[in-house]
Design a binder for this molecule. Structure first.
Ligand code: SF4
Ligand code: SF4
Length: 346
């Protein structure tokens, strides 16, 4: 696996153990939708993970994150951050009351509701907006949401004129026939009214580990990919450079000594304050794996959690080998390489 140049740099950062560089916070488990493959809304409904962080705690957390010298990426996710009741108060504080220079802030959302204070929401650097289907029927079926469809979501997004917009299409068998139509629509918007679309990410729903994607699925995936490459201007990533190679590397016996260097760079925080090393085992829309919990922000500072973690937890755990994905695996490999390299100047 050829390591990406930017990831080699992250590997160095991980090996230097300078603290968190990136943090995803599930500010609430609440959501306006009930997506087919998602575990989060089910956990919320059955009260397994039914919680929201309070505004003061999130502010304290971010002040602490900004004290880590390497910290530069903050993401709000959920649930859906739109369903987090103090979101506008938070944005007011973020934009007017707190010096966060150098930190890029992203909100991941389905944009299921209109934006009430666009001037605040326009101060966020980036959005990642889920949009899985073009036809209202399939949209509703995929996302368990009868109030919305592609047009309403795009209408909500229209007020976001300043931030960079990413759209994410999570593909299952049920909505695969919609992928080209969604991208064509976003391409029209990109060329006319929404030049701030940064990318469209097309993601096979492998995170759900359902293993239900057969050759027919991948053949159509390939055909769509080639068609899009020839006909579309908006940047599209099919996020599939990883799938086969990553799974092969993860399955190999030699990888048992790979350590989780991702945990030396990233924190994934749940709405109840639990901290995990990544969103894959922290259960963002998939099952939570509590044995990987590193601590809780209501009991310890993030610094203490970072320092007390048995560094570089090994990779032998069967669950990690099943779910670790391209970017995480690359960071783990890059961290291992960097840790074994002695730099000398000159
Ligand atoms: S995937 Fe996201 S938007 Fe969909 S139900 Fe789950 S938390 Fe809500
Ligand atoms: S899935 Fe990968 S990145 Fe996440 S904890 Fe396991 S080894 Fe680390």
């Amino acid at each position: 696996m050829k390591l990406r140049d930017d990831i080699v740099l992250y590997g160095k950062l991980a090996a230097a153990e300078l603290g968190y560089s990136t943090c995803r916070i599930e500010v609430t488990s609440g959501c306006f939708q009930k997506c087919r493959g998602c575990v989060s809304w089910r956990d919320h409904a059955n009260r397994k993970m039914n919680a929201s962080l309070n505004l003061t705690k999130v502010q304290e957390l971010i002040i602490e994150l900004c004290r880590f010298s390497a910290f530069e990426h903050l993401t709000f996710t959920g649930g859906d951050p739109q369903a987090w009741f103090p979101i506008n108060d938070f944005l007011r504080w973020w934009t007017r009351g707190f010096n966060h220079s150098g930190v890029r802030f992203q909100i991941s959302t389905a944009l299921a509701k209109p934006i009430s204070e666009p001037e605040l929401w326009n101060c966020v650097d980036r959005y990642l907006i889920s949009l899985d289907a073009a036809s209202p029927e399939i949209y509703s079926k995929m996302r368990g949401d009868r109030d919305n469809n592609m047009q309403t979501i795009l209408e909500h997004a229209k007020v976001l004129t300043e931030p960079q917009l990413g759209f994410m299409i999570t593909v299952r068998k049920e909505n695969q026939c919609e992928v080209v139509s969604v991208i064509q629509c976003l391409d029209r918007m990109y060329r006319t009214s929404m030049p701030n679309i940064r990318k469209v990410q097309v993601l096979a729903s492998i995170g759900s580990l359902k293993g239900d994607l057969d050759n027919k699925f991948w053949d159509k995936w390939q055909t769509d990919k080639e068609f899009i490459a020839k006909t579309i201007d908006v940047p599209v990533s099919f996020c599939d450079e990883d799938i086969v190679e990553t799974r092969e590397i993860c399955a190999a016996k030699e990888t048992e000594s790979i350590q989780c260097w991702t945990s030396r760079l990233s924190a994934h925080i749940k709405p109840n304050g639990d901290v995990y090393p990544c969103c894959l085992i922290g259960g963002e829309a998939i099952d939570i794996h509590e044995s990987f919990k590193l601590g809780n922000i209501f009991e310890n500072s993030l610094k203490k959690i970072y320092q007390s973690y048995p560094a570089k937890q090994n990779y032998r755990n069967v669950f990690c080998k099943k779910v670790c994905q391209y970017k995480q695996l690359q960071i783990n490999l890059a961290g291992g390489k960097a840790a074994g390299t002695i730099l000398s100047i000159p």
